[in-house]
Design a protein around this ligand. Sequence first.
Ligand SMILES: [Zn+2]
Length: 124
Amino acid sequence: MSETITTGIMLERLGECWDSTEKGFWDSTFSESDRTKIFRNREALAAIGARLEMADRMEARIKKLETALRILSNRPHVENDEDSFYSCPKSKSGCLDKTQGNKCNCGADEQNEIIRAALEEKEG
Ligand SMILES: [Zn+2]
């Protein structure tokens, strides 16, 4: 299985492997001026790499959570199959209790709206 090399991993390794024995690689890849800059900044590069790695992990986690939230944002209205007197007025079969009016009384509209607003806020 091949590893995905992100910018974070690359920078972290760049910072860490300066002291390794791969001097030929460094000499043939970077000019002396660049090698000096990299050497001076190797700890900063490793730290930046670690931060970028953390950001990549958080981004992946946020994507999973967004997928879960999109599913949860489609919560259906409560439908009581045995007695539609107790169904939400906005359910497919409606509610026999006309005193309930036409508005959702099961909480689905409220929950779905909260989740949709949170997803739009993030995406916008
Ligand atoms: Zn409802």
